[in-house]
Design a binder for this molecule. Structure first.
Ligand SMILES: Cc1cc2nc3c(=O)[nH]c(=O)nc-3n(C[C@H](O)[C@H](O)[C@H](O)COP(=O)(O)OP(=O)(O)OC[C@H]3O[C@@H](n4cnc5c(N)ncnc54)[C@H](O)[C@@H]3O)c2cc1C
Length: 444
């Protein structure tokens, strides 16, 4: 493709705030990072591009939290457990302990951020960084009021896509060796579902979902013959959260693909509506109440850090001297194409080969949060330093709570160290501070 013509754009901008810790992105990772740093007494400035916190779990309508524990212990203890408890206390989980009513979760995050004293702005995009030799000095932000800068000592990237780290010069990997990414999903919310009728029908026809899907393929209900259907999750008396249909070819770092996928996704849910109404029982009267304001994004960049957590570590149930937590969710890599062979491989890995027995977990070293070549930047959430397999596990929200809390705590300790260098953080102190805040940190 012919390179686009270029134009120089320069502008003198205000430095409006000066803080200890700057956090970009208010998803599960960014929120926990900001709260952790603020609870340790640091001044924190958090920006979120949308109008609420929670990322995929609220604006993306992802309907449930994946596992917080390994079947024996709570691994996403500390802030993760607190969020789930506060959500339950506010009536925000629905009938399942891990369900998410997004409007309630948005308020829980608002309250935690406000109580911690974090200064925050919605509808504000991180658009650049100003740095000298690996040390970021300022974040450049764009909002309705204009473009401005925030000076900070330590920067945490909770954008899911590693935007801040990449703007500051970090190296990254994206997708498989051919650049294929997991598909996204435009999640949806439905009312008018008769869950009892569905449960009775399922009891009478176990395993019918697969054959019904085949029947719908034969009848050309779908534009994509996609065997991979996570489903609609019960969220209330007649309410359901849909994780249905895949957006193939979406790359959240390329808004042209996102634009196409959002338009397609809103059509795709209508195909699933027909399927649920005509082929299953209990969904006949269901009505679509909303689709996500954000597309559900499973995979983009993985920032390369001082350590890259790999499949081998996952298989070894690895233990690290600098681990900031442990996690256990199976490797869940949705195939990049609606291809039956790729789906069979996924099923084998997800249900058997790359799934742990109760009590098993892998360690997450602090070094997966420290991007190479950057002095005062930490990454948290979906974009930490790992291979594609581990990303397929750690990317779920409880995993993001673990790395978010650790990144925020490390940011605060880096400020305390005087240098604000992430590598000057004493790992034993980091692990103890996390432990004191309720995180699960085994060993000495
Ligand atoms: C369809 C789907 C189903 C899933 N199912 C589950 C599930 O059942 N259970 C589970 O636990 N997990 C699930 N996940 C995974 C999980 O939801 C995400 O991986 C997780 O939310 C990632 O958290 P994060 O904080 O890293 O990023 P995100 O949740 O993506 O949050 C990032 C936030 O940063 C903001 N942001 C991004 N760039 C900028 C910028 N430049 N400036 C300012 N703000 C910015 C975004 O608006 C967003 O709010 C699912 C994901 C998808 C897509």
């Amino acid at each position: 493709m012919k390179p686009a013509p270029t134009v120089e754009f320069s502008k003198q901008i205000d430095v409006r705030h000066e803080v200890d810790v700057f956090v970009a992105g208010g998803g599960p990772a960014g929120v926990t990072a900001a709260v952790a740093a603020a609870r340790l007494g640091k001044s924190v400035f958090l920006v979120e591009a949308q109008g609420a916190f929670g990322g995929m779990g609220t604006l993306g309508l992802v309907p449930v939290f994946m596992t917080f524990g390994d079947g024996v212990r709570t691994l996403a203890a500390g802030l993760g457990a607190e969020i789930r408890e506060r959500l339950a206390a506010a009536g925000g989980t629905g009938p399942s302990p891990n369900g998410i009513l997004p409007e309630v979760l948005k308020r829980v995050y608002d309250e935690m951020i406000e109580e911690a004293g974090v200064v925050f702005r919605f509808y504000t995009n991180l658009i650049g960084t100003i740095q000298t030799e690996g040390r970021v000095r300022m974040a450049v932000l764009a909002a309705k009021s204009g473009i401005y800068a925030v000076r900070a000592r330590v920067f945490v990237d909770g954008t899911g896509d590693g935007d801040l780290a990449v703007m500051a010069g970090a190296s990254f990997e994206k997708g498989d060796p051919d650049g294929n990414l997991m598909p996204g999903t435009l999640c949806s919310q439905w009312k008018g579902i008769d869950w009892e009728r569905y449960a009775q029908w399922r009891r009478r026809h176990p395993g019918s979902q697969g054959s019904e899907l085949q029947r719908a393929f034969e009848n050309d209900v779908f534009t994509q013959k996609d065997l991979h259907l996570p489903g609609i999750f019960r969220l209330g008396a007649d309410l359901g959260g849909g994780n249905i249909g895949h957006l193939y070819g979406i790359d959240n770092t390329d808004e042209a693909t996102v634009t196409r996928a959002m338009v397609f996704g809103r059509k795709l849910v209508l195909e699933y509506e027909k399927y649920y109404k005509d082929y299953l029982r209990g969904f006949e009267q269901m009505t679509l109440t909303q689709t996500g304001a954000l597309p559900g994004i499973r995979e983009t960049r993985r920032i390369m850090g001082d350590y890259v957590l790999t499949l081998e570590d996952f298989r070894d149930r690895a233990v690290f001297p600098d681990e900031i937590g442990r996690y256990c969710y199976p490797v869940d890599i949705h195939p990049s194409r609606p291809d039956p062979t790729a789906y069979a491989k996924f099923e084998r890995e997800f249900t058997k080969d790359l799934r742990y027995a109760p009590g098993e977990s892998y360690g997450v070293p602090y070094r997966t949060l420290t991007p190479r070549d950057l002095e005062n930047v930490l990454v948290a959430g979906r974009c930490i330093s790992c291979d594609r397999y581990v990303q397929g596990s750690i990317r779920v929200m409880p995993g993001c709570f673990i790395t978010g809390q650790a990144a925020g705590t490390a940011a605060a300790l880096a400020v305390d160290a005087g240098s604000a260098r992430t590598r000057d953080v004493d790992v034993a102190t980091l692990r103890n501070t996390l432990r004191e805040a309720g995180a699960y940190i085994p060993g000495q």
